[in-house]
Structures are given as C-alpha cells and as structure tokens.
Write a protein that binds this ligand. Structure first.
Ligand code: MLT
Length: 261
C-alpha cells in the first residue's frame, strides 16, 4: 500500500481492472496536505491472489479496513472511483465508524441488471480461460469507454499505460471481481442513511456512469455535493488530475486532522 503525507487520512480505492497505481496523480498532488493511503484491492496489483472464485465488494471493503488497521488509522475519508465507489459504499455500510467522509467518483449505488450480470460472468470465464489474448481483448474493449475521446487524442501515453496495466493484471483477480460486482446489491436504500460529508465527482463525458447515476447519489445522500469534471470521461482522476485534486483539496479542508468533520 502507498502511504504518504500527514494529516487527514484519505483512503483511495481504485477502479476495475486497475490497481493503486492509478492514483499516482493524487499521491503526487495531495500528500502535501493529507495522509494518502492507496491499497491494491484483493486480486489486483501487488496484492496476493484472491483465494475464491468470487470477491464481493464487502470482501474488498474488509481488506481495505485491514490495511487501515495495519497502518494504525482509525477513520479515514474514503474515496472510491467506479468499482472503488462500490467498495466505498460497502465499507460505509459495514464499517460506518471507519468513515469520516466519502468521495464517490464516477460510480453508482444501483446493482447490475440481468444483462449486465450475464456480461460480467461471460467476461470472467473468458479471462480465466483465455490467457494473455483475453486480457488484451478486455483492454481493447474497455479502454475506449474508460476515457473521453478528447483524452484519447491528447494522451497517447495514458492510453498505452492503461493497455499495459490491463495486460499485467491477474486474470483470477479480474474474474473474481467481475463475479463480485455482478453479485453486489442495490445500495440505493443506504444513501439517505449516509451521515458523513459526501462529495460526488463525475467526468462530464463518462460513458460508463451516466450523469443520472451521479445525480441519484447527490440527490439521495443528505447534504452531498456534485462536482462535474470538464474534459473527463470515466477515469476523471487520471484524465483531469488537477481539477480532481482541486475538488478533493477543497473537500478535505472541512476535516480537522485529528478527527471530526
Ligand atoms: C470500473 O471502472 O471500476 C468499472 O467500470 C466498474 C464496473 O465494471 O462496473
């Protein structure tokens, strides 16, 4: 886990099928004002292979809390992007006392529909049995949806990096996470019960999480604010790191370093 800086603990939960490395711009840009903790979720990056066929969002939340325990951190502001946001909501539901605030970026509370679940299970099978060509195929289908057309044109380095990251991912981890996401419950009923300061962040060109999903988060979580990031698709933290970091910086100003909002 990356753990740098001092002050309010900020736990960063990465997207699928990436790793803590996606948070480099946040580690570089925010650690002068807070303590940034970025773990690899189970089955991703340098984390050990997940032992089961399914890794539920609750399993990922428990693993993230174990990393907070190991780092001696009681409660943190929890920021999750996309799959990381599903994990952040599971973490809030199960470990409420560990959450001082929430940043829900390019994510949703709703569960998958039947067709979406079917696609995930098929993708899990393909990656498990298909070896490196299946990972390359996953990257080719995902990368164009993850970042906005403008980012694709302006940032060939980011496009190449995403392909490399996905080629290096653990097939078993991807499959277990797909099955876990397919099983995740609808957490919309949780939203009105969220009682910590919450910031919703959305790339304005996010194809994967449409604006209506971010509006549900803003409208149903008491007091939540929505920040739309211009010129970003789904991976808003990587595509427009300055705007993303600026929004987080301002949000974090509302927290005292030693507890409380
Ligand atoms: C992600 O970016 O984490 C994925 O789009 C999540 C998902 O597949 O629902």
């Amino acid at each position: 886990m990356d753990d740098i800086g001092e002050g309010v603990p900020l736990l960063l939960l990465h997207a699928f099928p990436l790793s803590r490395r996606m948070w480099q711009p946040q580690l570089a840009g925010l650690a002068d004002g807070c303590r940034v903790l970025a773990p690899d979720l189970p089955g991703f990056g340098g984390s050990p292979p997940w032992p089961g066929a399914v890794c539920r969002m609750e399993d990922m939340a428990a693993a993230a809390v174990a990393r907070l325990d190991a780092a001696g951190v009681g409660a943190a502001v929890v920021c999750g992007l996309s799959m990381g946001g599903y994990v952040a909501l599971a973490l809030y539901e199960t470990f409420r006392e560990r959450v001082r605030g929430l940043v829900l970026a390019d994510t949703r509370a709703a569960a998958d529909d039947e067709a979406g679940r079917g696609r995930r299970l098929e993708s899990a099978r393909a990656v498990e049995s298909g070896g490196p060509p299946a990972l390359a195929a996953l990257a080719s289908s995902l990368v164009p949806k993850l970042i906005a057309p403008g980012t694709r044109a302006a940032r060939p380095d980011l496009v190449a990096w995403l392909h490399r990251e996905m080629a290096a991912a653990q097939p078993a981890g991807i499959a277990a996470a797909q099955r876990g996401m397919a099983e995740r419950p609808d957490r919309t009923p949780l939203l009105p019960r969220i009682a910590v300061p919450t910031l919703v962040v959305a790339g304005e060109d996010d194809e994967i999480t449409p604006p209506a999903e971010s509006a549900v988060l803003r409208d149903r979580i008491p007091g939540a604010r929505l920040m739309t990031i211009a010129g970003a698709g789904h991976l808003s933290s990587l595509e427009q790191p300055e705007a993303f970091n600026g929004a987080l910086r301002e949000f974090l100003r509302g927290f005292a370093p030693d507890g409380g909002a």
